[in-house]
Design a protein around this ligand. Structure first.
Ligand code: SF4
Length: 284
């Protein structure tokens, strides 16, 4: 099972996104998937190029719109494993409305955010997850706004699988993505993926110093939402590992009678003339 194609990524040397790509490819292979069983849907940004670099079905959506497309793909064809991906600008600014609703809707897809706390593709502006005081060309005196806290937002939005890691730990990232794919519901994976060109603060070393693995927290229980939320608040979201996992929650699809037996792709969608006339009559 090889999820590599012959397209060479044009990310800057050292960009964290290379490892995210490799972790997705390794996780899909380890889960026994074939390329034609996978769809990768991305938004706009450096990370948005990912859908072109993985051997699978793929769609490069417009800015902030990977999630509506990915959810539509999954609802139409439940047999596919669907991964949506993008950056912090894509998912937490223009796409934030979709992110929050996807978190609470719980359609069975995996959403991987490559969070580098800056807009890289447009050459280094402050993003929604940039820290207060962060200096870029768009905030030369330092960012005034508070940053979005992705993990806290995911918990508050009712997510059923929440994990966080960093590009430098490809082993953990691969294991997390494997579990995220296996989770029956919406899986949110926030990956700190350093932008080595424009973000000189949140570097690989910075994350090494600031992230706390959840295994190091005494009595940490990823199945207990209160326990997870307390840790998120205490460590200001700078946790690493599977932070919350509700293994009993029903996915959106599981709530729909008859959906599992007959996803949209296998249904006869042709509209008969009499049905059409009936439908039109309703508008008269
Ligand atoms: Fe990666 Fe930053 Fe280069 Fe974009 S600009 S490819 S995020 S290092």
């Amino acid at each position: 099972k090889d999820f590599r194609n012959n397209i060479k990524p044009n990310w800057c040397p050292g960009c964290g996104d290379f490892s995210v790509q490799a972790a997705i490819q390794k996780a899909c292979a380890a889960n026994g998937l074939e390329p034609d069983e996978l769809a990768v849907i991305t938004g706009i940004g450096c990370s948005g190029r990912l859908s072109g670099y993985i051997k699978s079905y793929g769609f490069h959506a417009t800015h902030g719109r990977s999630l509506p497309v990915a959810q539509g793909v999954k609802m139409a064809n439940d047999d596919l494993t669907v991964i949506a991906s993008g950056g912090d600008g894509d998912g937490f600014a223009i796409g934030m409305g979709h992110t929050v609703h996807a978190l609470k809707r719980n359609i069975d897809i995996t959403y991987i955010v490559m969070d580098n706390q800056i807009y890289g593709l447009t050459k280094g502006q402050t993003s929604p997850s940039s820290a207060k005081g962060f200096v870029t060309k768009s905030t030369p005196d330092g960012a005034i706004e508070n940053p979005i806290h992705p993990i806290r937002t995911a918990m508050a939005s009712g997510a059923t699988f929440i994990a966080q890691s960093v590009s430098s730990d490809i082993k953990q990232l691969t294991a997390i993505i494997q579990e995220a794919i296996n989770h029956k519901g919406f899986s949110f994976v926030n990956v700190f993926s350093p932008c080595v060109t424009y973000n000189k603060v949140n570097t690989y070393d910075w994350f090494k110093e600031h992230l706390t693995p959840v295994e190091d927290i005494e009595n940490y229980d990823k199945h207990d939402s209160k326990n997870a939320m307390n840790a998120i608040m205490e460590y200001e979201g700078l946790l690493k590992g599977i932070i919350y996992h509700d293994e009993n929650a029903k996915s959106y699809q599981e709530h729909l009678d008859g959906y599992q037996d007959q996803p949209l792709i296998s249904r006869e969608m042709r509209l008969e003339k009499e049905n059409f006339d009936e439908m039109m009559a309703e508008f008269k």
